[in-house]
Ligand binder design. Structure first.
Ligand code: ZN
Ligand code: ZN
Ligand code: ZN
Length: 465
């Protein structure tokens, strides 16, 4: 613990010692109370300059322009994949509907035309036309020429796509099985039994090898940094037509619908504090609690969130129903994990300031917290407690390794890196080094497949390694 929020420890300790903060923090840590730790951290953050301001990334034409030179250079040396990534980096910084946005869609369409990616190329020609200004009309002839060329090869691509769709990927993850009534993501042939009051998931009928037992969408995901410029921020899909977030300079989406879904779930809030979430810590362990808490808030009222935060140390696994624990349709299911307190004081000490800083930063968003000062503070404590609680109680993220990829992307990018996610159901299955279920990933979903015959009554297990 040499470094807290980018400051050296002696410096931090001096600030903390100055107002008895350190003594208060130690007492809170000894009491094992997450709520009191976050209260003190928030107090410190609000009254000291303990957390330095990060560099703020803003939409910027000059910065956007620098990437187009790089993209051209990579294209000249036939590094198609890097050229595409540079285009996408440019998209992140290009102001909305600017000349630069036109240039980047135009250039990306040219690259896609070159690699004969018909659907993606035609999409980018549409993107181009949508932001085109009268002075860009010189480009129109060229665009129409590309459109003609791509349209002529479109039928071949459609046939390839149809072949792809009828194979493994799409069919497999449609999951047309009889669903479990309590746990919607799983088949009817599993159930929850209680042992000394604690739940465990078992097979209620014999399950054969190869059977798909569950298909679950992640409650929240963390995209690997390596995939930032080639996949969708929300659904993690590899895509050649990524479009930028209008607000931040971090998120690219596969299409407008996915962008809207992400906004509605959590990004509307997250977008406004991205620089504070991501300065040096884009580690899944740090970021997933923030995203999960923001998602809970976007779905629930402050009163509901405060109530949930005051219930964090309760014996949740004994007192909650099976569907409250395992079904992701319950917004708070991700909180119903275990009752163990794995307090590692140094880690909590560091992390409490990070979450307190984010909670404090959110107060700059007009109307985010309640108006009433007492309720406002209560809301801030609740959000911070939930973040710190999730950080403390969740031991593993599940790696999502894509089993199927767009064949077009295969042509132009190297092997994908795994992304990470938290799952209401899968994350609560027991770990075993020789599990009976295998985790197969596709975008932001995972499928759980039986890799051994599972006898009726046997507990379901996965391997987190
Ligand atoms: Zn998407
Ligand atoms: Zn954004
Ligand atoms: Zn293992």
């Amino acid at each position: 613990m040499n470094d807290v929020c980018g400051k050296r420890l002696p410096e931090i300790l001096t600030i903390l010692a100055s107002k008895d903060y350190l003594a208060k923090m130690y007492t809170a840590l000894e009491d094992d109370g997450i709520a009191s730790v976050i209260k003190i951290a928030l107090d410190v953050v609000r009254n000291t300059e303990i957390v330095p301001l990060p560099d703020i990334r803003r939409k910027n034409s000059d910065k956007a322009a620098s990437f187009i030179y790089e993209a051209r250079a990579y294209l000249r040396s036939r590094c198609i994949d890097v050229a595409l990534e540079k285009c996408n980096e440019m998209l992140l910084y290009a102001p909305k509907n600017s000349d630069h946005m036109f240039s980047v869609y135009y250039f990306r369409a040219k690259i896609l035309c070159l690699v004969k990616a018909a659907i993606a190329g035609l999409n980018d020609i549409e993107n181009c036309l949508a932001v085109m200004k009268p002075q860009d009309r010189d480009a129109l002839e060229d665009l129409m020429k590309m459109k003609k060329e791509l349209t002529s090869i479109l039928p071949f691509e459609n046939i390839k796509n149809l072949a792809l769709q009828s194979s493994f990927g799409t069919d497999y993850f449609t999951f047309n099985m009889k669903r479990n009534k309590d746990i919607n993501c799983a088949i009817a042939d599993i159930g929850v039994v209680r042992e000394n009051g604690l739940p465990k998931v078992v097979a209620t009928k014999n399950i054969d090898v190869g059977k798909l037992v569950a298909v679950e969408r992640a409650y929240v995901t963390h995209r690997n940094d390596m995939n930032q410029l080639i996949s969708c921020y929300n659904c993690l899909k590899f895509n050649l037509n990524l479009i930028p977030c209008d607000g931040c300079c971090y998120a690219l989406f596969c299409d407008e619908m996915c962008k809207k879904l992400c906004m509605d779930e959590f990004h509307r809030t997250e977008c406004q504090i991205m620089d504070h979430i991501f300065p040096e810590r884009s580690d899944a362990r740090f970021v997933l609690p923030v995203r999960a808490a923001l998602k809970m808030k976007q779905a629930k009222s402050w009163d509901e969130l405060v109530a949930a935060s005051q219930d964090l140390t309760a014996d949740k696994l004994r007192n909650r129903s099976d569907s409250e624990i395992y079904d992701s349709r319950n917004t708070f299911s991700i909180l119903n994990y275990n009752n163990g307190k794995h307090f590692v004081h140094g880690k909590i000490f560091n992390q409490s300031f990070y979450y307190a800083a984010i909670v404090n930063r959110l107060s700059e968003i007009p109307g985010y917290y309640p108006q009433d000062p007492k309720k406002r503070l209560e809301a801030m404590y609740a959000l911070g407690s939930i973040m710190l609680h999730l950080f403390v109680t969740y031991p593993f993220e599940i790696e999502i390794i894509n089993a199927a990829q767009n064949y077009l992307t295969n042509n132009v990018t190297s092997e994908p890196e795994p992304n990470f996610g938290w799952f209401s159901f899968a994350n609560k299955l027991k770990h075993c080094c020789e599990p009976n279920l295998l985790v197969v990933g596709l975008n932001d979903k995972i499928g759980l497949v039986a890799v051994k015959p599972i006898k009726k009554g046997t507990e379901l297990t996965i391997c987190y390694m």
